[in-house]
Design a binder for this molecule. Structure first.
Ligand SMILES: Cc1cc2nc3c(=O)[nH]c(=O)nc-3n(C[C@H](O)[C@H](O)[C@H](O)COP(=O)(O)OP(=O)(O)OC[C@H]3O[C@@H](n4cnc5c(N)ncnc54)[C@H](O)[C@@H]3O)c2cc1C
Length: 423
């Protein structure tokens, strides 16, 4: 088939690779000048399938309400919210029901474990060399943090994820550079989880896909799909020249902007941009830097080793202008880095050399992504991967490629199709 893919984030690139590997004629359209320039650019890089759970969970509305009044809050609502955002919040609130949460968590975890296996397979078979380190540790500052993670630990047990609850002294043997002056209760150590550089992986896999014949057309924007001929795309080049391009099928992998692409087809995909931030800085002294990834449970901030850099990522903001950066959110990242690894990064007074980034998680209200056929001939989707798009990418892409080739995916995709939201 001649297949167009809209978007060259981690989801579009993995989809392009799998479809090209299946022998399809693939063309990827990306409005930016390179792959992984938007949300896949500088995320935390954590691959922890047992921790991939919906944000729509029982008790979350009360937590979010409480965070509204705290200084280093991990979750923020930037008022005034738009009508679209209010509707999304309402759908999110309704999806916090226990039965829906459990069903969505099972869907996410099935996909996350499958995806990690697929990621490892591709990394090995294709000899992809990107910055990655094994192991993940959730840092617990206090008894309260330890109490709050208990339901999550039950989830790990149920999923058969190996982990150990360790004291501070043992945590310091896993991560010897942890600040000796910062007292804490202990940690949850997950030796089979990992951290990897999503953008580097995307760039490498893009090259492999190109080797298989996939074409990447950068600096080209695809106009919202036309209901009269959905697989006939209006493609606009950087100089404004527009051209109609004919395909047998299109896969929408446009991250937060997927909803706008699909709207003319009568599909109202409830995607919200949940913004987060990261800072990445060169390591000043390797002995003072983390070995792999850690999560500060209180602040919900991840600290990750990315080769010669350290990355700190966190915050979840709904609403507000995409381009506006909230200084307090970035300050929280510096604070958490300083608390745990004070000498790790080269942070000059001017901030030079430190990359500060804001990204938009493409979030559906109930959690799992949507993938597969839309019911509209020729239109397929792979979108809405929220806070775990890197961890879910390789499995989602393989499943979509299988569906497009008329095969049953290896992973159970119950509840990942459009019928979940559109009946
Ligand atoms: C702070 C932060 C931390 C995170 N940490 C993690 C983590 O630890 N682990 C994890 O698994 N995930 C994490 N994520 C989530 C992850 O980054 C996202 O889920 C993932 O990057 C989404 O990928 P995507 O390809 O769907 O979107 P994107 O990377 O945004 O790609 C979509 C692409 O489509 C293009 N596009 C859109 N519309 C058009 C159009 N009309 N024409 C042409 N091109 C178009 C865009 O330019 C873009 O390049 C984090 C996110 C944030 C913000």
């Amino acid at each position: 088939m001649r297949i167009a893919i809209v978007g060259a984030g981690i989801i579009g690139v993995t989809t392009a690779y799998e479809l090209a590997a299946d022998g399809h004629e693939v063309t990827v359209f990306e409005r930016r000048g390179a792959a992984a320039e938007e949300t896949s650019f500088a995320n935390a890089g954590v691959i922890a399938p047992g921790a991939v759970t919906p944000w729509a969970a029982p008790g979350m509305p009360a937590k979010v309400a409480k965070y509204l009044f705290s200084a280093h809050a991990p979750v923020r609502l930037a008022f005034p919210l738009t009508v679209h955002e209010l509707r999304w919040m309402w759908q999110w609130w309704r999806a916090c029901r226990l039965d829906l949460y459990l069903a969505n968590r099972a869907r996410l975890q099935r996909l996350a474990f499958y995806s990690r296996a697929r990621l490892h397979r591709l990394t090995e078979d294709l000899e992809l060399e990107y910055d990655r380190s094994p192991g993940y540790m959730v840092l617990l500052r206090s008894e309260k943090d330890a109490r709050l993670v208990q339901p999550g630990l039950q989830v790990l047990r149920d999923a058969g994820v190996p982990f150990s609850e360790i004291g501070a002294a043992q945590a310091r043997t896993v991560e010897p550079a942890l600040n000796p002056d910062t007292g804490f209760l202990g940690a949850i150590h997950l030796p089979e989880d990992e951290v990897g550089n999503c953008r580097q992986f995307a760039l490498l896999l893009k090259n492999v896909a190109q080797g298989l014949g996939a074409r990447f057309e950068f600096n080209t924007t695809v106009a919202p799909l036309d209901s009269a001929a959905p697989a006939s795309l209006l493609v606009v080049a950087a100089d404004g020249a527009a051209q109609r391009r004919e395909f047998d099928a299109v896969v929408v992998c446009g991250g937060v902007d997927s909803a706008a692409l699909l709207r003319p087809l009568g599909m109202q995909v409830p995607l919200a941009a949940v913004h987060g931030y990261s800072i990445s800085a060169p390591i000043r002294e390797a002995l003072n830097a983390p070995r792999s990834a850690l999560m500060d449970e209180r602040y919900k901030v991840a600290i990750s080793r990315m080769g010669n850099r350290v990355r700190v990522a966190g915050s979840a903001e709904i609403g507000g202008a995409p381009g506006a950066r909230r200084p307090a959110a970035i300050q929280t990242l510096y604070k958490v880095l300083h608390d745990w690894f004070p000498g790790a990064a080269q942070l000059s007074n001017t901030g030079a050399g430190v990359q500060e980034w804001k990204g938009a998680r493409p979030m559906l209200p109930d959690g799992p992504p949507l993938l597969g056929a839309t019911g509209i001939p020729g239109v397929w989707i792979n979108l809405g991967h929220g806070s775990s798009g890197w961890a879910l990418s390789c499995g989602s892409a393989r499943a979509v490629a299988d569906l497009m080739s008329g095969r049953a995916p290896e992973v159970d995709i119950e509840g990942l199709g459009v019928e979940r939201l559109f009946g």
